[in-house]
Design a protein around this ligand. Structure first.
Ligand code: PDD
Length: 286
């Protein structure tokens, strides 16, 4: 089925949605994005994604082209027009098309480019992979230092995903100064003696929206949470490991750099958190 995408106020068949070659997103990766999951045709954790979009735009000195209510309406419309039941909405805002290539930002009144499209992913919630878990390798974190801004410059994460694929595993975990920062497109966690350990927020990781919700649910369920860096050796000696993201929710990690984590099968803490997250998010979905 050909999708209907949103481009700067228009609803177009995907083959007709065109962006200028001078767009700063294309030339400079000068844009930000959000990925919001859809379950039962409804948006998951939408407010969090809206808040982070606003922050990313602000950090780059860009205005927000829409109010939260307008973003919600656009998200709902793209879901409805494409009849998405399970999947995701991708949203991107760039600094627009100044008409030339220039390192200097264009005037603030230059219209931004706004794109929304969907990807259907039936089986997102009842994902059989979550019953098996992921295997990961570590790679040096060679990304820029403002990973808290959700920009579209994803080349290094993409290279790291390819390194994982070449190694026959599912993902890579980035390591900087001896500690894990995060996964290619997810936040990373270990569990030791019932304690959930994940790197504290800063400029060196994306402030995951799923992370915020999962840690809140964990604390509400009286689980202990410690926000601090951890090493690959600690992960290999942990009882469990997992990652979180808008599209993977909570995904167990069963192997790190060839070493089994715990029993080498998805652990109870990750399984419980996945269940709570999906249940609670379905209830709050808009
Ligand atoms: N990625 N860290 C990085 C580097 C990410 O790219 C993502 C999300 C996360 C998790 O954030 P959230 O829980 O808000 O999805 C952490 C999205 C899913 C992507 O690029 O497709």
């Amino acid at each position: 089925m050909s999708r209907i995408v949103h481009l700067n106020g228009d609803w177009l068949p995907e083959t007709e949605a065109k962006v200028s070659v001078f767009d700063r997103g294309f030339l400079m990766a000068d844009g930000v994005y959000e990925v919001t999951s859809v379950l039962d045709g409804k948006l998951i954790d939408f407010e969090g994604h809206c808040r982070r979009l606003d922050r990313s735009l602000q950090e780059l000195g860009m205005g927000n082209p829409h109010s939260d209510a307008e973003w919600l309406a656009l998200h709902r419309e793209v879901v409805a027009r494409n009849e998405v039941v399970e999947g995701m909405v991708y949203l991107q805002v760039t600094r627009g098309n100044p008409g030339d290539r220039d390192f200097v930002y264009p005037p603030a009144e230059t219209p931004q480019t706004v794109v929304l499209f969907t990807q259907s992913k039936p089986g997102l919630a009842d994902n059989p992979v979550a019953r098996v878990g992921w295997r990961v390798i570590s790679v040096p974190d060679l990304r820029w230092a403002r990973r808290d801004i959700k920009t579209v410059q994803l080349l290094y994460p993409s290279m790291a995903k390819m390194a994982a694929k070449a190694a026959g595993v599912d993902d890579s975990w980035f390591v900087e100064d001896g500690a894990v920062t995060e996964g290619t497109s997810n936040n990373a966690y270990i569990v030791k003696n019932g304690r959930i350990i994940t790197r504290q927020l800063g400029n060196d990781v994306l402030h995951g929206i799923t992370r915020a919700s999962v840690l809140r649910f964990a604390r509400e369920a009286q689980m202990e949470v410690e926000e601090r860096p951890f090493t690959i050796a600690e992960a290999q000696g942990a009882d469990e490991a997992f990652i979180t993201s808008a599209t993977a929710f909570v995904m167990p990690v069963i192997e790190v750099d060839g070493a089994r984590v715990g029993s080498g099968t998805p652990g109870p803490v990750s399984a419980r958190l996945r269940e709570i997250y999906i249940d609670e998010m379905r209830k709050a979905a808009q």
